[in-house]
Write a protein that binds this ligand. Structure first.
Ligand code: NAP
Length: 242
């Protein structure tokens, strides 16, 4: 067993970019985690300079997910925190005709759901082989599409991905609570509980919500008592009061 396994808790972020992934990674690092940072094309030099462990992973490919977990285990140890931050919007060629997406394109979208299933399986294997009392938490970055009504038709493929994630987090949170494992579908929402502002130039909105995600995700990880699997939070990173 390497010294890193003995002295460090390990987190694995799948779908790490500059917004959610990087802010969550930095927060976990300050809390003492060694963080594996995965995407299809990781910027290895930049990540190493930030003391993050770069992982090349395609979250639409189950075999790639398995290899990535193996890489993290071998180099850092078993992850006790896994963040799944991938959701791909496949825009239909005819904007408001959701079924104008080709079946090949829709299959690519479905592969993200299949690979998420495998990511949960790999996470369970890691959680079970880590006998320490460190919190074991899987967080899927959500959006409101599974629980909001009358969403625009062009979101069909992305809504299907997130509906699958939503269902998996519900089932996993109940099935594995007796083992002390937590699964969350964690969603930034707007002030009314709807979609956040999705305008990239907005002063406050999704595209500068990295700090809010980092705060909300850490609130989930560090909670003494597990919070709801369906966790909605505000621009301030605080739980949405309903
Ligand atoms: N709350 C809401 O309403 C809301 C709104 C928008 C988005 N979201 C969710 O927020 C998450 C993304 O947020 P973000 O701002 O952090 O995005 P981001 O900064 O674009 O980072 C996402 C990263 O995922 C990586 N990626 C894309 N496809 C991948 C794949 N197949 N396998 C592995 N990595 C992949 C990309 O890197 P590579 O190109 O190197 O792979 C990218 O850097 C998604 O889950 C999305 O659904 C929620």
């Amino acid at each position: 067993m390497s010294t890193s396994t003995i002295f460090h808790r390990v987190a694995f972020i799948i779908g790490g970019g500059s917004n959610v992934g990087m802010h969550v990674a930095q927060k976990l690092k300050t809390e003492g985690y060694r963080v594996a940072f995965g995407s299809r094309n990781p910027d290895i030099a930049t990540l190493e300079q930030k003391e993050l462990f770069p992982v090349s992973v395609d979250a639409s490919n189950p075999e790639s997910i398995k290899s990535a977990f193996d890489l993290v285990r071998t180099n850092l140890g078993e992850p006790s925190i896994v963040v799944h931050n991938v959701g791909i919007h496949f825009q239909p060629p005819v904007r408001n005709d959701p079924f104008s997406v080709s079946s090949d394109t829709f299959a690519k979208s479905c592969n993200i759901q299949l690979a998420l299933f495998v990511a949960v399986q790999e996470t369970l294997a890691s959680f079970r082989s880590d006998k320490s009392t460190t919190p074991k938490v899987f967080i899927g970055t959500g959006n409101g599409l599974p629980f909001l009504k009358n969403m625009p038709p062009f979101f069909l493929a992305l809504a299907s991905q997130k509906a699958t994630m939503y269902t998996m987090m519900d089932y996993a949170s109940r099935a594995y609570a007796p083992e002390g494992f937590r699964f969350h579908y964690a969603t930034l929402v707007g002030p009314d509980g709807g979609l956040p502002n999705l305008d990239p130039s907005a002063e406050v909105g999704f595209y500068n919500s990295g700090p809010a995600h980092a705060k909300a995700f850490w609130n989930l990880i560090s909670a003494d008592v597990a919070k709801s699997w369906d966790y909605r939070f505000t621009y301030a990173g605080e739980p949405l009061m309903t």
